[in-house]
Design a protein around this ligand. Sequence first.
Ligand code: PA5
Length: 444
Amino acid sequence: MIHFNYANALRSEELQAYAKLANECQEKTLQGTGAGNDFLGWVELPRNIQNEVSDIIATAEKLRQSCEIIVCIGIGGSYLGAKAVNEFVGNPFEWLENKDTPKVVYAGHHLDAKYHQSLIQVLKRKKFGIICISKSGTTTEPAIAFRLLKSLLEEQVGKDEAKNRIVCITDAKKGALRTLADKEGYKTYNIDDNIGGRFSVLSPVGLLPIACFVGKEVEQLVAGALDMMKDCQHGFDKNISAQYAACRYHLYSHEKKSIEILTNFNPALHFVGEWWKQLFGESEGKEHKGIFPSIADFTTDLHSMGQYIQEGVRHLFETFISIKQDNYPLPVLDDENNLDGLNFLTGKTMFEINSKAELGTMLAHKQGGVPCLQVAMDKADLFHLGALLYFFENACAVSGYMLGVNPFNQPGVEAYKKNMFALLHKPGYEKESIAIQELLNSQQ
Ligand code: PA5
């Protein structure tokens, strides 16, 4: 189960004041009566994807059998969901071991040459496969990575075998990736028109690279999301996802807290934070409105950002993601000499100590004027993670509607692309190329 605690941020009367608005916004999401209602395919996805899961698992199994490394190419919503889940379940030191299980690595999520060149050097000595993900099929970063790695794979194993090791996930009809995949005869999965990138973790976009890592267990992720999907159909008092949205709205509009820090005390949650950051940042940051989403990994960042959070500008609130179950009972050992003075901790597990660090931090930050929300998972498993991901997706939709923006578009993302294409003289950008050159000249 997922629990939501707002006691360190606002009083229940304050929350209840938003019940009507939150319920209306939840209804807009469920009934499809709000802005961007042609992008609500994610709402019923945990139920609708079930027919496709066994085929996804079978494709993943084929790749797992034939590859030592599976490269997942994609950016933004076509990358972060799978990365978040795989990092959460993975062993952080697996790369130091020579295990037979295939590794999932990522490419095309930036334009850095060193990263891609280093990856190519490694892949030259390995059996690898590619999952290329792009809804539009025209995004520059993954397209460049795919061009490089497709050519490497074909050189290594020939065009026919390469076909068996490439899977593309893209629009059913349009885009360059669709054209290329159809022409080459690659296995493909469709991204439905009504599912935006950042809401696509429970579609083949997330599920295939996750299944390459966890196999059949991916079903647990979907099952957890389905559980939370049902909870989100309840009224406000039983809908913790809508309550989280309402708390955010209160803190932003009433308390003038314009920055939310999603904090964790488990490094495995770092990329869940990255995924969440995209979800909320791209959904809410428009019309000069929106909470700025940021993340902190504690206790590490308590030794860097802790000072600011405790005593800096009071425009912050925090949302703690907590894990309630101790999966790794690792006690502090007794030391006869006690030179480090740590014997008061003898026998206590690292989990217990970490939990006290979390509670102590929350109380200190609250006292310092930083309201603290908490979203807690009973267990650190795929079922609970699926529920958590859906909790945030639903909250994001409700929160966007409460704020009065369309949570499902991202017009601002185009601005950098336009400039980059103008600077690179992409055909069709001639006027923009001249304009940007004039601008640069005027700055000299
Ligand atoms: O959430 C979004 O819509 C974006 O982050 C996209 O996922 C990202 O820009 C990648 O787009 P595409 O899948 O079309 O390559």
